[in-house]
Design a binder for this molecule. Structure first.
Ligand code: 6GU
Length: 233
């Protein structure tokens, strides 16, 4: 998979993709991630990427031309890919959407800044607009790190065999069960006996029960009978 990220702050992103699972996936050739500076696609001496809003008001608006020039020149060779604009106005990112994006051959991720992006970028350049949650970031860069991490770890061969369980349970619509490692007692707090019992059937049943209980307590919205039927709409 190829991922291009376009940003006015390349250094914010470069380091984020050089560790752990993303680094290994890049080293294995599973994903080719490239970070591009939006200012390289300006044509004035000051490398201007924003301007005053028509109609007045506070803050600056990101100009359309550098975005179009960036995406169009990235698309000159190879698969056009899917251009994803990251802003707080986008569709909320969730595992289902991550799974769909992970099947693309190429993503072009556009990091908007919070004050605004000229509407023509979302209307005529971006294929979709995504937010990572209901809070405000100064720019799309932290969201790009989140999106790329979530997508890369779903690529075949990105994960070692031991790392593959967590989003399976999330994709099944349940939170993970509690995990413990040695020692069996720490400051008086004991690991649940069932985990030390050696009874694999009992362990499986306990874990499944913990997943259901946790999900019901913490995330009733994830259960069909939770947010839906018990809540008035
Ligand atoms: Cl994608 N961008 C910004 N600026 N804020 C956000 C976001 C994105 N997702 C949640 N908050």
């Amino acid at each position: 998979m190829r991922i291009d990220v376009v940003t006015i702050f390349p250094p914010l992103l470069a380091g984020a993709f050089e560790h752990s699972i993303i680094k290994r996936a890049r080293d294995r050739g599973v994903v080719d991630i490239r970070v591009h500076d939006l200012r390289d696609y300006t044509d004035d001496r000051h490398r201007t990427v924003d301007d005053y809003p028509y109609g007045g008001g506070a803050g600056m608006v990101m100009k359309p031309e550098p975005w179009f020039r960036a995406v169009e020149s990235l698309r000159v060779r190879g698969n056009p890919g899917r251009a994803v604009l990251l802003t707080p106005q986008g569709k909320r990112l969730e595992q289902r959407l991550v799974q769909r994006l992970a099947t693309e051959d190429r993503l072009i991720v556009l990091c908007g800044r919070y004050e605004g992006v000229d509407e023509r970028v979302r209307e005529y350049l971006a294929d979709e607009e995504i937010s990572i949650g209901d809070y405000v970031l100064s720019g799309g860069e932290p969201a790009a790190v989140v999106l790329v991490d979530a997508v890369v770890r779903l690529q075949p061969r990105a994960l070692g065999s031991a790392e593959s369980t967590v989003e399976e349970s999330f994709a099944e619509g349940l939170l993970e069960y509690p995990q413990y490692t040695r020692p069996p007692e720490f400051r008086g707090w004991r690991v649940p006996d069932v985990l030390l019992s050696g009874d694999h059937g009992a362990v499986d049943r306990w874990r499944r029960g913990q997943q259901q209980e946790r999900t019901r307590e913490r995330r009733p919205d994830m259960l069909e009978d939770g947010g839906g039927s018990s809540q008035q709409s």
